[in-house]
Design a protein around this ligand. Structure first.
Ligand code: TMP
Ligand code: MG
Length: 293
């Protein structure tokens, strides 16, 4: 008798779950399970993937928004950052424009936002308070997610176009910044007085994660004995996060579809194996991880 995927993982029959090809998902899962958890690595986006999109009907902040809404930014600075968000976020999620067309605009958004943040003379020692006072929330089930992966020594790469210093502080304050977690992101560079003077390294924005992945060959080289990947994202740009993985055998892609659901559902179904529609929890990723370990 063939097993049904919903018997393997009952959470896959949750109402938020959509799959273009459940049979294919089942095959990937079975193949990954057979290979064993010592061949698994997790690669996840941060904003709106590990963190909540909404809470009590209100949007939750991204890494950048945590700063935008904090006391580290002047009222004028807040206005300008909000204007940038209102201009460029609709472009980020617009399904009628190609990623190619959006590329220069995303570079423009990140560049302008980072220049503005630098003008604000943000202090390093204000970051923990800004994060503590923010409304940022990891998705329900985050504790099980991080703790379980740590217990099973499964490497987790958080690959974010947000701000590394901020996201590290979010997971640190949540008590889940375990040693198996590594972060690729935009990191702040502070001067000797602890004031933000620049951002380090190559800029990572939503649609150049492939380039970011290919710059970090050392990391993927270290993980070459783990050719099975669980990828989690909320943007179509997140699909390229695993492009640096060497000799990949299986990849299971879980996508959170948080916003503009009807316009974007088909493209998400075409590119993610499992699509979670307006699901604020990590229940499905957790069920997958528990199945695989
Ligand atoms: P992620 O790669 O961790 O999801 O982070 C990228 C998100 O950051 C992306 O969805 C847009 C968001 N963002 C802001 O909210 N404000 C900003 O100023 C910028 C540049 C990006
Ligand atoms: Mg995201």
């Amino acid at each position: 008798m063939t097993t049904n995927i919903n018997e393997m993982i009952p959470e896959l029959s949750n109402p938020s779950v959509y799959m273009r090809d459940p049979q294919r998902v089942q095959e990937i899962l079975q193949s990954m399970m057979k290979a064993g958890s010592n061949t698994l690595q997790v690669i996840s986006d941060f904003d709106m993937t590990l963190t909540r999109f909404e809470y009590n009907g209100k949007r939750c902040p991204t890494c950048h928004n945590i700063l935008d809404e904090s006391q580290l930014i002047s009222e004028d600075g807040k206005e300008e950052l909000k204007e940038l968000l209102n201009t460029y976020y609709p472009i980020e999620i617009d399904s009628s424009q190609s990623i190619e067309d959006k590329l220069p605009l995303m570079v423009e958004w990140w560049t302008k936002a980072h220049e503005l943040l630098i003008q604000q003379k943000i202090r390093k020692d204000g970051i923990a308070t800004a994060v503590g006072e923010s409304e940022a929330k990891l998705r329900e089930g985050y504790q099980l997610f991080f703790d379980h992966l740590h217990e099973h020594s499964i490497p987790v790469l958080i690959f974010s176009a947000g701000i590394g210093d901020i996201l590290e502080e979010v997971i640190h304050q949540a008590g889940v910044f375990h040693p198996n977690v590594k972060v690729f992101s935009n990191y702040m560079d502070f001067d000797e007085d602890g004031v933000l003077k620049a951002f380090k390294g190559e800029l990572i924005h939503v649609y150049n994660k492939r380039e970011g992945a290919l710059l970090n060959t050392g990391h993927f080289q270290e993980l070459r004995t783990r050719p099975n990947v669980l990828l989690m994202g909320d943007s179509l740009g997140d699909l390229t996060m695993a492009d640096g993985v060497q000799d990949m055998e299986n990849i299971l892609k879980i996508g959170f579809l948080n916003d503009k659901v009807e316009e974007r559902k088909q493209s998400y179904l075409d590119s993610y194996d499992i699509v979670l529609v307006k699901d604020e929890t990590l229940d499905v990723p957790n069920a997958v991880v528990l199945y695989l370990t």
